[in-house]
Design a protein around this ligand. Sequence first.
Ligand code: NZQ
Ligand code: ZN
Length: 390
Amino acid sequence: MNNFVFYSPTEFVFGKDTEAQVGVLVRKYGVRKVMIAYGGGSIIRSGLLDRVKESLQAAGVTYGEFGGVQPNPIDTKVYEGIDICRREQAEMILAVGGGSVIDTAKAIAAGVPYEGDFWDFFIGKEKVTKALKVAVILTIPAAGSEGSGNSVITKIETLQKLSLRVPELLRPVFSIMNPELTYTLPPFQTACGIADMMVHIMERYFTNTQDVEISDRLCEGTLMAIIKEAYRIKQNPEDYDARANMMWCGTIAHNGTCGIGCEEDWASHFLEHEISAIYNVTHGAGLTVIVPAWMTFVSRHNPKKIAQFANRIFGIPESEDLEEMALAGISRLKHFFRYLGLPVNFKELDVENPDIERLADSLHRNKGELVGNYVKLTKEDSKEVYRLAL
Ligand code: NZQ
Ligand code: ZN
Protein backbone atom coordinates (compact mmCIF):
# COMPACT_ATOMS: atom_id res chain seq x y z
CA MET A 1 0.00 0.00 0.00
CA ASN A 2 1.25 3.49 -0.91
CA ASN A 3 1.48 6.42 1.53
CA PHE A 4 -1.58 8.64 1.52
CA VAL A 5 -3.26 11.72 2.95
CA PHE A 6 -7.02 11.45 3.29
CA TYR A 7 -8.81 14.69 4.10
CA SER A 8 -12.57 14.69 3.74
CA PRO A 9 -14.11 17.42 5.87
CA THR A 10 -17.56 17.59 4.20
CA GLU A 11 -20.52 17.36 6.59
CA PHE A 12 -23.06 14.99 5.04
CA VAL A 13 -26.65 15.45 6.15
CA PHE A 14 -28.54 12.47 4.78
CA GLY A 15 -32.20 11.41 4.73
CA LYS A 16 -35.81 12.38 4.22
CA ASP A 17 -36.69 16.10 4.33
CA THR A 18 -33.09 17.09 5.10
CA GLU A 19 -33.26 20.03 2.64
CA ALA A 20 -35.38 21.80 5.28
CA GLN A 21 -32.18 22.15 7.34
CA VAL A 22 -30.31 24.16 4.73
CA GLY A 23 -30.88 27.58 6.34
CA VAL A 24 -29.61 26.42 9.73
CA LEU A 25 -26.59 24.73 8.14
CA VAL A 26 -25.64 27.85 6.17
CA ARG A 27 -25.72 29.88 9.38
CA LYS A 28 -23.67 27.25 11.18
CA TYR A 29 -20.84 28.00 8.74
CA GLY A 30 -21.07 31.72 9.53
CA VAL A 31 -22.64 32.72 6.21
CA ARG A 32 -25.43 35.28 5.76
CA LYS A 33 -25.50 35.68 1.98
CA VAL A 34 -25.56 32.78 -0.49
CA MET A 35 -25.83 32.41 -4.23
CA ILE A 36 -28.15 29.53 -5.17
CA ALA A 37 -26.86 27.81 -8.32
CA TYR A 38 -29.02 25.38 -10.30
CA GLY A 39 -29.53 23.79 -13.69
CA GLY A 40 -32.18 23.80 -16.38
CA GLY A 41 -35.22 23.87 -14.14
CA SER A 42 -35.86 20.42 -12.60
CA ILE A 43 -35.64 21.97 -9.10
CA ILE A 44 -38.24 24.60 -10.03
CA ARG A 45 -40.65 21.95 -11.36
CA SER A 46 -40.22 19.71 -8.30
CA GLY A 47 -40.80 22.58 -5.86
CA LEU A 48 -37.35 22.09 -4.30
CA LEU A 49 -36.18 25.64 -5.05
CA ASP A 50 -39.16 27.09 -3.16
CA ARG A 51 -38.47 24.86 -0.15
CA VAL A 52 -34.80 25.91 -0.14
CA LYS A 53 -35.71 29.59 -0.22
CA GLU A 54 -38.18 29.10 2.61
CA SER A 55 -35.55 27.47 4.80
CA LEU A 56 -33.00 30.20 4.03
CA GLN A 57 -35.50 32.97 4.80
CA ALA A 58 -36.49 31.32 8.07
CA ALA A 59 -32.82 31.32 9.11
CA GLY A 60 -32.33 34.96 8.13
CA VAL A 61 -30.03 34.13 5.18
CA THR A 62 -30.29 36.37 2.10
CA TYR A 63 -29.75 34.88 -1.34
CA GLY A 64 -29.27 35.53 -5.02
CA GLU A 65 -30.12 33.11 -7.83
CA PHE A 66 -28.03 31.75 -10.66
CA GLY A 67 -29.85 29.23 -12.87
CA GLY A 68 -29.42 27.69 -16.31
CA VAL A 69 -26.29 25.56 -15.82
CA GLN A 70 -26.32 22.92 -18.57
CA PRO A 71 -25.07 19.30 -18.43
CA ASN A 72 -21.37 19.16 -19.47
CA PRO A 73 -20.99 22.63 -17.94
CA ILE A 74 -19.11 25.34 -19.82
CA ASP A 75 -16.67 28.11 -19.00
CA THR A 76 -18.92 30.98 -20.18
CA LYS A 77 -21.41 30.12 -17.43
CA VAL A 78 -18.57 30.19 -14.90
CA TYR A 79 -17.56 33.74 -15.96
CA GLU A 80 -21.19 34.80 -15.62
CA GLY A 81 -21.37 33.28 -12.13
CA ILE A 82 -18.13 34.94 -11.02
CA ASP A 83 -19.55 38.35 -12.03
CA ILE A 84 -22.84 37.81 -10.21
CA CYS A 85 -21.18 36.54 -7.03
CA ARG A 86 -18.80 39.49 -6.94
CA ARG A 87 -21.58 41.97 -7.61
CA GLU A 88 -23.84 40.52 -4.95
CA GLN A 89 -21.00 39.81 -2.52
CA ALA A 90 -22.04 36.20 -1.98
CA GLU A 91 -20.13 34.42 0.78
CA MET A 92 -21.11 30.91 -0.24
CA ILE A 93 -22.37 29.17 -3.37
CA LEU A 94 -25.19 26.74 -2.70
CA ALA A 95 -25.30 24.24 -5.58
CA VAL A 96 -28.71 22.57 -5.87
CA GLY A 97 -28.46 19.83 -8.50
CA GLY A 98 -25.98 17.35 -9.89
CA GLY A 99 -22.35 17.29 -10.96
CA SER A 100 -22.76 19.99 -13.58
CA VAL A 101 -24.16 22.52 -11.13
CA ILE A 102 -21.74 21.57 -8.35
CA ASP A 103 -18.71 21.72 -10.64
CA THR A 104 -19.77 25.12 -11.95
CA ALA A 105 -20.19 26.30 -8.36
CA LYS A 106 -16.68 25.09 -7.47
CA ALA A 107 -15.12 26.82 -10.50
CA ILE A 108 -16.94 30.05 -9.60
CA ALA A 109 -15.81 29.66 -5.98
CA ALA A 110 -12.18 29.48 -7.08
CA GLY A 111 -12.62 32.29 -9.61
CA VAL A 112 -14.25 34.93 -7.41
CA PRO A 113 -11.20 35.83 -5.25
CA TYR A 114 -8.74 35.47 -8.17
CA GLU A 115 -7.86 38.44 -10.34
CA GLY A 116 -6.88 36.45 -13.42
CA ASP A 117 -8.82 34.02 -15.63
CA PHE A 118 -10.24 31.06 -13.64
CA TRP A 119 -9.26 28.77 -16.57
CA ASP A 120 -5.61 29.25 -15.45
CA PHE A 121 -6.39 26.75 -12.67
CA PHE A 122 -7.68 24.14 -15.09
CA ILE A 123 -4.63 24.30 -17.36
CA GLY A 124 -2.27 24.21 -14.39
CA LYS A 125 -0.96 27.75 -14.89
CA GLU A 126 -1.96 28.83 -11.37
CA LYS A 127 -2.83 27.14 -8.09
CA VAL A 128 -6.04 27.82 -6.18
CA THR A 129 -5.08 29.42 -2.86
CA LYS A 130 -8.45 30.85 -1.85
CA ALA A 131 -12.07 30.04 -2.65
CA LEU A 132 -15.59 30.87 -1.57
CA LYS A 133 -17.33 28.18 0.43
CA VAL A 134 -19.38 25.69 -1.58
CA ALA A 135 -22.36 23.75 -0.19
CA VAL A 136 -24.58 21.23 -1.95
CA ILE A 137 -28.12 19.90 -2.08
CA LEU A 138 -27.71 16.82 -4.28
CA THR A 139 -30.48 15.79 -6.71
CA ILE A 140 -28.71 13.03 -8.71
CA PRO A 141 -26.24 10.44 -7.47
CA ALA A 142 -23.62 10.20 -10.19
CA ALA A 143 -20.55 12.44 -10.40
CA GLY A 144 -19.74 12.23 -6.68
CA SER A 145 -18.96 15.95 -6.73
CA GLU A 146 -20.86 16.36 -3.42
CA GLY A 147 -17.92 14.69 -1.67
CA SER A 148 -15.02 15.37 -4.01
CA GLY A 149 -12.71 18.34 -4.40
CA ASN A 150 -12.92 18.13 -8.17
CA SER A 151 -14.54 20.27 -10.83
CA VAL A 152 -14.86 19.37 -14.52
CA ILE A 153 -15.51 22.22 -16.98
CA THR A 154 -15.48 22.48 -20.78
CA LYS A 155 -13.91 25.49 -22.48
CA ILE A 156 -16.34 26.04 -25.28
CA GLU A 157 -13.97 27.80 -27.67
CA THR A 158 -11.46 24.93 -27.76
CA LEU A 159 -13.80 22.07 -26.65
CA GLN A 160 -11.34 21.14 -23.90
CA LYS A 161 -13.04 19.31 -21.03
CA LEU A 162 -10.60 19.46 -18.13
CA SER A 163 -10.71 18.65 -14.44
CA LEU A 164 -9.35 20.56 -11.49
CA ARG A 165 -8.57 18.84 -8.20
CA VAL A 166 -8.25 20.89 -5.02
CA PRO A 167 -9.61 18.78 -2.15
CA GLU A 168 -8.34 21.12 0.55
CA LEU A 169 -10.37 24.08 -0.78
CA LEU A 170 -13.10 22.84 -3.09
CA ARG A 171 -14.74 20.04 -1.13
CA PRO A 172 -18.24 21.19 -0.15
CA VAL A 173 -18.50 22.30 3.48
CA PHE A 174 -21.80 20.43 3.70
CA SER A 175 -23.83 18.23 1.38
CA ILE A 176 -27.50 17.59 1.96
CA MET A 177 -28.62 14.27 0.48
CA ASN A 178 -32.31 13.37 0.45
CA PRO A 179 -32.86 10.18 -1.60
CA GLU A 180 -36.50 11.17 -2.23
CA LEU A 181 -35.27 14.03 -4.41
CA THR A 182 -34.04 11.44 -6.91
CA TYR A 183 -37.52 9.97 -7.62
CA THR A 184 -38.09 12.53 -10.39
CA LEU A 185 -34.98 11.50 -12.34
CA PRO A 186 -35.63 10.18 -15.87
CA PRO A 187 -34.58 6.47 -16.03
CA PHE A 188 -31.77 7.34 -18.46
CA GLN A 189 -30.22 9.83 -16.00
CA THR A 190 -30.54 7.33 -13.15
CA ALA A 191 -28.76 4.75 -15.31
CA CYS A 192 -26.00 7.16 -16.38
CA GLY A 193 -25.42 8.03 -12.73
CA ILE A 194 -25.11 4.36 -11.81
CA ALA A 195 -22.60 3.78 -14.59
CA ASP A 196 -20.57 6.83 -13.59
CA MET A 197 -20.25 5.77 -9.96
CA MET A 198 -19.28 2.23 -10.98
CA VAL A 199 -16.51 3.58 -13.16
CA HIS A 200 -15.28 5.91 -10.40
CA ILE A 201 -14.67 2.77 -8.39
CA MET A 202 -13.13 0.84 -11.28
CA GLU A 203 -10.64 3.65 -12.01
CA ARG A 204 -9.28 2.97 -8.53
CA TYR A 205 -9.70 -0.80 -8.47
CA PHE A 206 -7.70 -1.38 -11.66
CA THR A 207 -4.33 -0.67 -10.10
CA ASN A 208 -0.91 -2.29 -10.11
CA THR A 209 -0.32 -1.37 -6.47
CA GLN A 210 0.09 -4.56 -4.45
CA ASP A 211 -1.40 -5.42 -1.05
CA VAL A 212 -4.37 -3.08 -1.09
CA GLU A 213 -6.81 -5.60 0.34
CA ILE A 214 -8.90 -2.98 2.17
CA SER A 215 -9.33 -0.86 -0.97
CA ASP A 216 -10.04 -3.93 -3.13
CA ARG A 217 -12.75 -5.12 -0.78
CA LEU A 218 -14.31 -1.65 -0.39
CA CYS A 219 -14.41 -1.35 -4.17
CA GLU A 220 -15.89 -4.81 -4.67
CA GLY A 221 -18.46 -4.38 -1.89
CA THR A 222 -19.60 -1.01 -3.19
CA LEU A 223 -19.81 -2.28 -6.78
CA MET A 224 -21.93 -5.21 -5.66
CA ALA A 225 -24.22 -2.93 -3.65
CA ILE A 226 -24.66 -0.68 -6.71
CA ILE A 227 -25.56 -3.61 -8.97
CA LYS A 228 -28.05 -4.99 -6.43
CA GLU A 229 -29.76 -1.64 -5.86
CA ALA A 230 -29.83 -0.91 -9.60
CA TYR A 231 -32.14 -3.89 -10.11
CA ARG A 232 -34.41 -2.72 -7.29
CA ILE A 233 -34.58 0.85 -8.60
CA LYS A 234 -35.36 -0.38 -12.10
CA GLN A 235 -38.29 -2.35 -10.70
CA ASN A 236 -39.52 0.47 -8.45
CA PRO A 237 -37.99 3.94 -8.92
CA GLU A 238 -39.62 5.07 -5.66
CA ASP A 239 -38.04 2.39 -3.49
CA TYR A 240 -36.65 4.66 -0.76
CA ASP A 241 -34.06 2.26 0.62
CA ALA A 242 -32.73 1.32 -2.79
CA ARG A 243 -32.43 5.01 -3.72
CA ALA A 244 -30.80 5.74 -0.34
CA ASN A 245 -28.19 3.00 -0.70
CA MET A 246 -27.47 4.09 -4.26
CA MET A 247 -27.07 7.72 -3.24
CA TRP A 248 -24.49 6.90 -0.59
CA CYS A 249 -22.69 4.53 -2.98
CA GLY A 250 -22.24 7.48 -5.35
CA THR A 251 -20.47 9.45 -2.64
CA ILE A 252 -18.29 6.57 -1.42
CA ALA A 253 -17.35 5.81 -5.02
CA HIS A 254 -15.66 9.17 -5.49
CA ASN A 255 -14.73 10.78 -2.17
CA GLY A 256 -11.39 8.99 -2.08
CA THR A 257 -12.31 6.16 0.28
CA CYS A 258 -12.12 3.40 -2.35
CA GLY A 259 -8.73 4.33 -3.78
CA ILE A 260 -6.77 4.70 -0.55
CA GLY A 261 -3.15 3.64 -0.97
CA CYS A 262 -3.54 2.81 -4.69
CA GLU A 263 -2.07 4.25 -7.84
CA GLU A 264 -5.30 5.11 -9.70
CA ASP A 265 -5.88 4.82 -13.44
CA TRP A 266 -8.42 7.35 -14.89
CA ALA A 267 -7.70 6.60 -18.58
CA SER A 268 -11.36 5.68 -19.20
CA HIS A 269 -12.50 9.02 -17.81
CA PHE A 270 -10.00 10.95 -19.90
CA LEU A 271 -10.93 8.97 -23.03
CA GLU A 272 -14.60 9.73 -22.28
CA HIS A 273 -14.16 13.42 -21.51
CA GLU A 274 -13.00 13.89 -25.11
CA ILE A 275 -16.21 12.26 -26.33
CA SER A 276 -18.53 14.36 -24.16
CA ALA A 277 -16.55 17.52 -24.99
CA ILE A 278 -16.76 17.00 -28.75
CA TYR A 279 -20.14 15.22 -29.13
CA ASN A 280 -21.90 16.59 -26.00
CA VAL A 281 -23.11 13.15 -24.88
CA THR A 282 -24.03 12.34 -21.27
CA HIS A 283 -20.86 11.43 -19.35
CA GLY A 284 -22.23 8.13 -17.94
CA ALA A 285 -23.32 6.95 -21.40
CA GLY A 286 -19.92 7.85 -22.85
CA LEU A 287 -18.34 5.76 -20.11
CA THR A 288 -20.38 2.62 -20.85
CA VAL A 289 -19.10 2.83 -24.42
CA ILE A 290 -15.45 3.35 -23.46
CA VAL A 291 -15.00 1.17 -20.40
CA PRO A 292 -15.67 -2.25 -22.00
CA ALA A 293 -13.36 -1.24 -24.88
CA TRP A 294 -10.63 -0.10 -22.48
CA MET A 295 -10.99 -3.29 -20.41
CA THR A 296 -10.74 -5.42 -23.54
CA PHE A 297 -7.58 -3.60 -24.59
CA VAL A 298 -5.82 -3.76 -21.24
CA SER A 299 -6.77 -7.43 -20.79
CA ARG A 300 -4.38 -8.22 -23.64
CA HIS A 301 -1.48 -6.66 -21.70
CA ASN A 302 -2.38 -6.88 -18.01
CA PRO A 303 -5.43 -9.10 -17.37
CA LYS A 304 -4.86 -9.80 -13.65
CA LYS A 305 -7.14 -7.24 -12.02
CA ILE A 306 -9.77 -7.43 -14.77
CA ALA A 307 -9.93 -11.20 -14.18
CA GLN A 308 -10.26 -10.61 -10.43
CA PHE A 309 -13.13 -8.18 -11.16
CA ALA A 310 -14.80 -10.81 -13.37
CA ASN A 311 -14.51 -13.43 -10.66
CA ARG A 312 -15.49 -11.41 -7.62
CA ILE A 313 -18.18 -9.15 -9.12
CA PHE A 314 -19.77 -11.42 -11.71
CA GLY A 315 -18.81 -14.88 -10.41
CA ILE A 316 -16.78 -15.91 -13.46
CA PRO A 317 -14.98 -19.13 -12.38
CA GLU A 318 -11.23 -18.95 -11.80
CA SER A 319 -9.07 -20.29 -14.60
CA GLU A 320 -5.45 -20.20 -15.68
CA ASP A 321 -6.38 -18.15 -18.73
CA LEU A 322 -6.77 -14.73 -17.13
CA GLU A 323 -7.59 -12.99 -20.39
CA GLU A 324 -10.43 -15.40 -21.05
CA MET A 325 -11.79 -14.77 -17.54
CA ALA A 326 -11.49 -11.02 -18.10
CA LEU A 327 -13.38 -11.19 -21.40
CA ALA A 328 -16.18 -13.19 -19.79
CA GLY A 329 -16.47 -10.50 -17.08
CA ILE A 330 -16.52 -7.72 -19.69
CA SER A 331 -19.34 -9.48 -21.48
CA ARG A 332 -21.36 -9.64 -18.23
CA LEU A 333 -20.67 -5.97 -17.56
CA LYS A 334 -21.94 -5.01 -21.03
CA HIS A 335 -25.04 -7.08 -20.44
CA PHE A 336 -25.66 -5.19 -17.20
CA PHE A 337 -25.20 -1.79 -18.89
CA ARG A 338 -27.63 -2.84 -21.63
CA TYR A 339 -30.14 -3.94 -18.99
CA LEU A 340 -29.97 -0.37 -17.65
CA GLY A 341 -30.72 0.92 -21.17
CA LEU A 342 -27.22 2.27 -21.77
CA PRO A 343 -25.12 2.13 -24.97
CA VAL A 344 -22.04 -0.09 -25.19
CA ASN A 345 -20.66 1.17 -28.49
CA PHE A 346 -20.46 4.42 -30.45
CA LYS A 347 -23.35 3.45 -32.70
CA GLU A 348 -25.69 2.94 -29.75
CA LEU A 349 -24.46 6.29 -28.41
CA ASP A 350 -25.70 7.85 -31.68
CA VAL A 351 -22.17 8.81 -32.70
CA GLU A 352 -22.06 6.95 -36.00
CA ASN A 353 -18.63 7.90 -37.26
CA PRO A 354 -16.48 9.22 -34.43
CA ASP A 355 -13.43 11.15 -35.54
CA ILE A 356 -10.88 8.89 -33.83
CA GLU A 357 -7.87 10.91 -34.99
CA ARG A 358 -9.33 14.06 -33.47
CA LEU A 359 -10.33 12.34 -30.22
CA ALA A 360 -6.87 10.84 -29.74
CA ASP A 361 -5.05 14.04 -30.76
CA SER A 362 -7.05 16.10 -28.32
CA LEU A 363 -6.68 13.52 -25.54
CA HIS A 364 -2.89 13.40 -25.75
CA ARG A 365 -2.61 17.17 -26.23
CA ASN A 366 -4.56 17.62 -22.98
CA LYS A 367 -3.09 14.74 -21.00
CA GLY A 368 0.40 14.12 -22.37
CA GLU A 369 2.18 11.33 -24.20
CA LEU A 370 0.99 8.51 -21.91
CA VAL A 371 -2.49 8.29 -20.40
CA GLY A 372 -3.52 6.12 -17.44
CA ASN A 373 -1.49 3.89 -15.14
CA TYR A 374 -2.84 0.33 -15.13
CA VAL A 375 -1.60 0.15 -18.70
CA LYS A 376 -0.02 3.39 -19.91
CA LEU A 377 -1.69 4.26 -23.22
CA THR A 378 0.23 5.76 -26.12
CA LYS A 379 -1.67 7.64 -28.79
CA GLU A 380 -1.78 4.48 -30.92
CA ASP A 381 -3.21 2.55 -27.96
CA SER A 382 -5.87 5.21 -27.38
CA LYS A 383 -6.90 4.98 -31.02
CA GLU A 384 -7.19 1.23 -30.65
CA VAL A 385 -9.44 1.64 -27.59
CA TYR A 386 -11.68 4.06 -29.53
CA ARG A 387 -11.75 1.57 -32.43
CA LEU A 388 -12.75 -1.26 -30.07
CA ALA A 389 -15.74 0.89 -29.06
CA LEU A 390 -17.06 1.20 -32.63
O1 NZQ B 1 -30.52 20.81 -15.24
P1 NZQ B 1 -31.69 20.20 -14.60
O2 NZQ B 1 -32.99 20.72 -15.11
O3 NZQ B 1 -31.62 20.21 -13.10
O4 NZQ B 1 -31.71 18.63 -15.07
C1 NZQ B 1 -30.65 17.75 -14.82
C2 NZQ B 1 -29.80 17.46 -16.05
O5 NZQ B 1 -30.55 17.59 -17.23
C3 NZQ B 1 -31.22 16.39 -14.51
N1 NZQ B 1 -31.56 16.21 -13.10
C4 NZQ B 1 -30.74 16.28 -12.03
N2 NZQ B 1 -31.40 15.98 -10.91
C5 NZQ B 1 -32.68 15.73 -11.26
C6 NZQ B 1 -32.80 15.89 -12.65
N3 NZQ B 1 -33.96 15.70 -13.31
C7 NZQ B 1 -35.03 15.35 -12.59
N4 NZQ B 1 -34.99 15.15 -11.25
C8 NZQ B 1 -33.83 15.32 -10.55
N5 NZQ B 1 -33.80 15.08 -9.24
O6 NZQ B 1 -30.20 15.48 -14.83
C9 NZQ B 1 -29.44 16.00 -15.91
C10 NZQ B 1 -27.97 15.73 -15.65
O7 NZQ B 1 -27.47 16.53 -14.60
P2 NZQ B 1 -25.90 16.65 -14.37
O8 NZQ B 1 -25.66 17.57 -13.24
O9 NZQ B 1 -25.24 16.96 -15.67
O10 NZQ B 1 -25.53 15.14 -13.97
P3 NZQ B 1 -24.29 14.51 -13.27
O11 NZQ B 1 -24.39 14.60 -11.82
O12 NZQ B 1 -24.15 13.18 -13.90
O13 NZQ B 1 -23.03 15.43 -13.68
C11 NZQ B 1 -22.35 15.23 -14.89
C12 NZQ B 1 -21.15 16.15 -15.00
O14 NZQ B 1 -20.21 15.89 -13.93
C13 NZQ B 1 -18.91 15.64 -14.51
C14 NZQ B 1 -19.26 15.02 -15.83
O15 NZQ B 1 -18.18 15.02 -16.73
C15 NZQ B 1 -20.40 15.91 -16.30
O16 NZQ B 1 -19.91 17.12 -16.82
N6 NZQ B 1 -18.10 14.87 -13.57
C16 NZQ B 1 -17.68 15.47 -12.45
C17 NZQ B 1 -16.86 14.85 -11.53
C18 NZQ B 1 -16.40 15.53 -10.29
N7 NZQ B 1 -16.70 16.78 -10.10
O17 NZQ B 1 -15.72 14.94 -9.44
C19 NZQ B 1 -16.37 13.49 -11.74
C20 NZQ B 1 -17.10 12.76 -12.80
O18 NZQ B 1 -16.29 11.73 -13.28
C21 NZQ B 1 -17.60 13.57 -13.94
O19 NZQ B 1 -16.59 13.75 -14.93
ZN1 ZN C 1 -17.27 10.14 -13.89
